[in-house]
Design a protein around this ligand. Structure first.
Ligand code: SF4
Length: 289
């Protein structure tokens, strides 16, 4: 008789509260204002299916907004630079600001640190929109701001950091502790005074801790979510440290991994913060088949 596989779904898989709040609010906004335009500046979440569904509902995702707009322009969970907020308003739109409260908190902390005279280090990916918005907010109040996830980048500014009276650190909400910790250690070794505010969001920390735990107890981890999503790729990186891991965007990709799935007795599933429950369900259904 074939052995039954055990499939375990993570407790913290799929939409986080920031994403759920954004999707629910934007749908409610359109329902309440069927005759008004509702644009989202940039993808609301990293999931094509959700973007398509929103489009079918009359909520258009745009990358540049029309010069003379009317209706609403939604700022997504990553937040935006103060300049873009102004541009949206100047173009004639009403702003619907769905910046996640946890992202707002990082922006506020970054501003506070710069205002208090700290040399700010943002641990994050410079090109990520959330980080760009945090940096732009901080730069309104001072120019001593560095962004990186690499000690080698910071080493290039070691003299400036050493000369700074105090160094303040905030973190992109979806970064990993394993990225933050060595940077803090390095900065501590060269700074006169350091203040670290761990702004990795609770939803991300819980998800990452759970993924690490599960990866230690399963032969295979399946991480479901967009390959463009920072928090999903971090989950895959974490799981890879402990066990065989595959990162898929939908159940269709499972076919490529039949061999490893067949060999694995205990399979754990986790998913990024922008992965809808419907996609997770389809992955489980296909595995169970
Ligand atoms: S991952 Fe965290 S910061 Fe990002 S939207 Fe979700 S709750 Fe907010």
């Amino acid at each position: 008789m074939p052995e039954t596989k055990k499939i375990t779904l993570a407790k913290y898989a799929g939409f986080c509260y920031g994403v759920k709040r954004a999707v629910d609010t934007v749908v409610k906004l359109k329902k309440e204002n069927p005759d008004k335009n509702v644009y989202i500046l940039g993808e609301l979440i990293h999931n094509h299916q959700v973007i398509e569904e929103l489009g079918n509902f009359g909520i258009e995702t745009i990358n540049k907004f029309p010069q003379n707009g009317n209706g609403y322009c939604v700022v997504r969970t990553h937040g935006q630079t103060p300049e873009v907020f102004k541009q949206i308003q100047n173009a004639g739109f009403e702003v619907c600001d769905l910046t996640c409260p946890d992202v707002k908190k990082v922006q506020q902390k970054a501003i506070e640190l710069v205002k208090e005279g700290y040399f700010l280090v943002i641990v994050g990916k410079e090109e990520h929109p959330e980080v760009a918005a945090i940096k732009a907010n901080a730069l309104q109040y001072g120019n001593k701001v560095l962004v990186s996830t690499l000690i080698s980048d910071l080493e290039q500014h070691e003299q400036d950091l050493k000369e700074a009276k105090k160094v303040g650190v905030v973190v992109q909400t979806t970064q990993m502790l394993t990225t933050l910790n060595p940077i803090v250690e390095y900065l501590t070794s060269i700074s006169k005074e350091i203040r670290v505010i761990n702004t990795i969001c609770p939803s991300t920390s819980k998800r990452q801790e759970e993924a690490a735990q599960m990866a230690q107890n399963n032969d295979l981890m399946i991480v479901v979510g967009s390959k463009n999503s920072a928090n999903t790729t971090h989950l895959a990186d974490i799981c890879t440290e402990f066990t065989s891991t595959i990162h898929i965007e939908s159940e269709k990709e499972l076919d490529k991994y039949q061999e490893i799935i067949a060999k694995s007795q205990n399979i754990g599933i986790t998913a990024g913060a922008s992965t809808p429950q419907s996609i997770i369900d389809k992955v489980i259904d296909k595995l169970e088949d």
